[in-house]
Design a protein around this ligand. Structure first.
Ligand code: FAD
Length: 408
C-alpha cells in the first residue's frame, strides 16, 4: 500500500522510486547462509563484513548512494534530494543495511561541512563506495554523556601529532580504516576549548583494538588504546581547538536532527510494526492467533500510531515554515529519542507474543524466526544508549527546545 507521502510525490520522484524498487528486487543478495548482524552495531566476523561491504559497493555502483553529495566528491549533486527515497525502498525491501553507517551518516557529512578541499577529495568517495570504513572515537571510560570530560591527548611532534589515550564502545573499529577522533590538544584551556577533531588512520603504529562482547554474546564494538600513535598534520579537521563545535555537528547528524547524509537505512520502523503484526497472526495463544487478543491488537494499534506520528514529524521537519523557526531542531531532535524507544517497545511486544518461545536462542532449530526477535529486543537497549542516552536526549530537548533551566 502506498504511504500518504508517496501518493502526493511528483511524477519524477514516483518514477525514480519505481526504478529503485525494481533495481533492489533484481539485485538484492540472497541470504548468504550464515548469521547476519541485525544492524551495523553487531558486525562481528570477516565474512559478515565482506558480504555487507560488497552490498554497499553494489548500491553505490548503481548510483544510489551519495545522491545529495557533490559530484566532484563521488556523489551525484542530485537537485531533487532523493536519497531518502532510496533509503525507504531499501528498508521496505528488507535489504541488508549499508555497513559504513558512521562514514555515510556522520563522518562524511561532517567532512563535507568542515573539511578542506583536499580532505573532501581524499575521503568522501571512498566512504560512499565502502572502500574505507569509518569508526567514531568519541567515548572514553570516563567520558560518555559528559563527552567534554575526554582525556585522550594529541600533542604536536614534528610536523604531525601523537595520540595517547583510551576510547571505548568504538563500533566497527576492528574493520575501520579511519576514525573520527576527539582529542585534547590544550590541557590548560577551558574543557570545551581544548578539544580538536581529527581524521585518524587506524593502521598507525601504537593502536590496539580490543573487542568487547555484548549481552547477546556477539561482538561489534571495541576499546581502542593509543600509545603514542602518530598522525600527520593534515589529520586535523577544521581549526585547532574547534573540536567541540565540530563534534556537536557530528552528534546532530548522529541523533537524526540533520539531513544531507550519504544514504543508508531509513529511520522508519513501519516494516517492523508490520512484522510484529504478522508474527501475532502466526503465533497462537489459548488456541487462537495472538492477533485475536484485544490487548495485543490494542498495543499494535498504539505502536502503529506512534510510528505514523514519527514519520509525519520527520516529514514536517522537511517543510519550511512548519519547522518552528525559533527552535529549528525541535522536531528533528525528537527523532532519535522516539525512534529508539519505539524500537524497544516493538521488540518487547514481539517477545511477549512469542511467549515462552522467546527464551529460545540463536542456533536452536525450534526457535521461531531463528530467534531474531529476542536478539532484536536485547540489541534495542544499545540503541537507546549509543549517540546519547534517552535521559540525555530528554535533557537536551528540555533545555534547548522547551527552554527549561539547565542542569548543573
Ligand atoms: C551500541 C552502542 C554503540 C556505541 N558506539 C559508539 C561509537 O562507535 N563511538 C563512540 O565514541 N561511542 C559509542 N558508544 C558510546 C555511547 O555514546 C555512550 O555509551 C553514551 O554516550 C553514554 O555514555 P556512558 O556509556 O559513558 O554512560 P554514562 O554517561 O556514564 O551514563 C550512565 C547513566 O547515567 C545517565 N546520565 C548521565 N548523565 C546524565 C544527566 N546529566 N542527566 C540524566 N541522566 C544522566 C545516563 O543516561 C545513563 O543512564 C556506543 C554505545 C552503545 C551502547
Amino acid at each position: 500500500m502506498a504511504r500518504p507521502e508517496e501518493a502526493t510525490e511528483s511524477r519524477e520522484n514516483a518514477e525514480f522510486r519505481r526504478q529503485v524498487r525494481a533495481w533492489i528486487q533484481a539485485n538484492q543478495p540472497a541470504h548468504p547462509g550464515f548469521k547476519l548482524p541485525q544492524t551495523f552495531l553487531e558486525v562481528e566476523s570477516e565474512r559478515q563484513f565482506d558480504f555487507l561491504r560488497e552490498w554497499q559497493r553494489k548500491v553505490y555502483d548503481a548510483g544510489y548512494l551519495g545522491l545529495d553529495w557533490p559530484a566532484e566528491y563521488g556523489g551525484h549533486s542530485d537537485p531533487h534530494k532523493r536519497q531518502r527515497i532510496v533509503s525507504q525502498e531499501l528498508n521496505r525491501a528488507g535489504a541488508p543495511f549499508l555497513v559504513n553507517v558512521i562514514g555515510l551518516q556522520w563522518a562524511g557529512p561532517t567532512i563535507l561541512a568542515y573539511g578542506s578541499e583536499e580532505q573532501k577529495r581524499k575521503y568522501l568517495k571512498n566512504i560512499l563506495s565502502c572502500e574505507d570504513v569509518w569508526c567514531q572515537g568519541f567515548s572514553e571510560p570516563g567520558a560518555g554523556s559528559d563527552l567534554a570530560g575526554l582525556q585522550a591527548s594529541a600533542t604536536r611532534e614534528g610536523e604531525g601529532w601523537v595520540v595517547t589515550g583510551h576510547k571505548v564502545w568504538t563500533t566497527l573499529a576492528h574493520f575501520a580504516k579511519w576514525m573520527i577522533l576527539l582529542a585534547r590538544t590544550d590541557p590548560t584551556a577551558h574543557k570545551y576549548a581544548g578539544i580538536s577533531y581529527f581524521l585518524f588512520p587506524m593502521d598507525a603504529p601504537g593502536v590496539t583494538v580490543q573487542p568487547l562482547v555484548k549481552m547477546t554474546g556477539e561482538g561489534g564494538f571495541n576499546q581502542v588504546i593509543f600509545d603514542r600513535a602518530p598522525m600527520p598534520a593534515d589529520a586535523l579537521l577544521g581549526q585547532l581547538g574547534q573540536g567541540w563545535q565540530i563534534a556537536m555537528t557530528t552528534l546532530t547528524f548522529e541523533r537524526g536532527a540533520a539531513e544531507g547524509t550519504g544514504g543508508g537505512s531509513a529511520t522508519s520502523t513501519a516494516e517492523s510494526v508490520r512484522a510484529v503484526a504478522a508474527l501475532a497472526k502466526r503465533m497462537r495463544r489459548d488456541g487462537s492467533p495472538a492477533a485475536a487478543d484485544p490487548v495485543i491488537r490494542d498495543r499494535l494499534a498504539q505502536l502503529w500510531i506512534e510510528e505514523e506520528a514519527l514519520r509525519l514529524t520527520a516529514q514536517r521537519a522537511r517543510v519550511a515554515g512548519l519547522n518552528m523557526d525559533d527552535r529549528p531542531l525541535a522536531t528533528r531532535l525528537m527523532n532519535k529519542l522516539v525512534f529508539s524507544e519505539l524500537g524497544q517497545r516493538l521488540t518487547e511486544l514481539a517477545c511477549e507474543v512469542l511467549g515462552p518461545d522467546a527464551v529460545l536462542w540463536l542456533g536452536d532449530p525450534s526457535a521461531p524466526d531463528k530467534a531474531e526477535w529476542p536478539r532484536a529486543y536485547l540489541n534495542s537497549f544499545g540503541v537507546t544508549i549509543g549517540g546519547g542516552t534517552s535521559e540525555v536526549q530528554r535533557n537536551i530537548i528540555g533545555e534547548r527546545v522547551l527552554g527549561l533551566p539547565k542542569t548543573k
